[in-house]
Design a protein around this ligand. Sequence first.
Ligand code: ARG
Length: 296
Amino acid sequence: MIYHNASEVDFQLDGVPEMPSPSRVLLTRPDHFDVEYTINPHMEGNIGSVNKEEALEQWKSLRQLYEALGIEASVIPGEEGLPDMVFCANQTLPFIKTVSGERGIVLSRMYAPQRAPEVPFYASFFEEVGYNVHPLPDSVSDFEGMGDALWHPGRFLLWGGHGFRSSIAAYSFLNEILGVRILVLKLKDPDFYHLDTCLSVLDEDTALIYPGAFDAEGLDLIRTVFRRVLYAPEDEARSFFAVNAHCPDGHNVIIQAGCDQTISVLRREQFNPIEVRTEEFLKAGGSVFCMKQMFW
Ligand code: ARG
């Protein structure tokens, strides 16, 4: 079943099959990271402006933080000529099937031709760690993995964004091959071109969102399924990717430094925000959530 609006929701979260939380993280070293082209509005004016040493330091701190949180990290190198490869959430959608235990990935079909050659490197990585690889059919023109498709924490339930980078046809296919319920959200602001820039799933009950990125139907759907919805202010969401935060465990929230209002909202709600610096990566239109891929 694919859900477009709240009136279609015919389930309770407790009735949705459980899915274990992923405990491993994949990171890609920013060996060749830079801004070399413009495929989202954040990149405009930033070509050639990345401080490579600073980027490496920021990335290393992020890696250390995951390890300090007890999450096993796998690292693959970046490839020459693929400056956006560091954003390793986008090339795949990893999944685990609750009943069969199958671990697999659905491969992305990148919207920007510049990024298409990144995908096979991720197919190889996941194949090596024992995942089944599922390519997309020709009928799906674009799909950018966990940039747009987010697992509801703890449940075999998927949130799917479309409008800029992923086509809605991707969700019919995912529904078919995974047998998963999908809640579809239309994105309407080009600064929030991926779902992970405006929806952060913190725990089973809680989402952090930037509401201005959604239409009324989408907002309604989010507010129907999550018991608690927290809001990031526009400036922090737009300029500092406050909503591209990552909560790996239902408690700690890794977030770009300086998102002060969002951080105080998170603290008020008993989360533990941990600030990291991703300024170099913000120049390319990405922050914490896009710089990692969780898997099992
Ligand atoms: N420059 C990259 C792009 O436009 C950034 C990707 C960031 N990833 C994300 N999930 N938001 O594709």
